[in-house]
Design a protein around this ligand. Sequence first.
Ligand code: SF4
Ligand code: FES
Length: 234
Amino acid sequence: MGGYSFKVFRYDPDKGPRHRYDTFELEVERGMTVLDCLQRIKATLDGTLTFRRSCRSAICGSCAMNINGKNDLACHLQVAGLTGRRVTVDPLPGYPVIKDLVVDMEEFYRSIEKVMPWLVRTSPFPDRELPQSPEERDRIDLAVNCILCGSCTSSCPSFWFNPDYLAPGALLKAFRFVFDSRDEAGAERLALVDGPRGVWRCRTIFNCEEACPKLLRPNEAIAALKREILKRSV
Ligand code: SF4
Ligand code: FES
């Protein structure tokens, strides 16, 4: 495929408060992902370049970053699919940067925790499995494949200006359990997301849907939660 120029965000707290961009020239072969290129830069050009990665298969969510202005998974995005020969790589926006492309996800995980991301049963469990019909499973389809990469919340202007907003990632998780036929804590969870820090802070900008590498639809989940809150209040 030829030569590409990678302009990469750099920040090292030990070297002062300012960030900079470094540009690396790289020969890219067909089939290489952005993560492959960052790995090669780290192995051959600058061993100090810091970024997260683990599975390299778009399932762990570690390598989420902002590539040419869009949040995506570096291990999923092929360089051949990008326009032009200049690739700009930034950390996910909206989160504090720890070093280079590594951001602090603490706030994101805390928001997920706030919506009780587990199945709650108050009635006794049956002796065997708790069945769910295909239709019941379909109802939560837009949320179950979330890999907690944080891209949706990172892309949300309401979150940038209100860090205490639960934001799309956590609201999608709330949806996943509120509408799960086996869960029995819907009312409690809806109370957690009802209010100015919850679903009503969403301004339907839809960045979250654009940002999700798993093609999930946090915006639809938020709309469904709003409807459910209103339905149960009359
Ligand atoms: S909804 Fe999509 S973008 Fe948001 S955390 Fe889950 S996988 Fe990532
Ligand atoms: S390394 Fe796991 S999603 Fe990219």
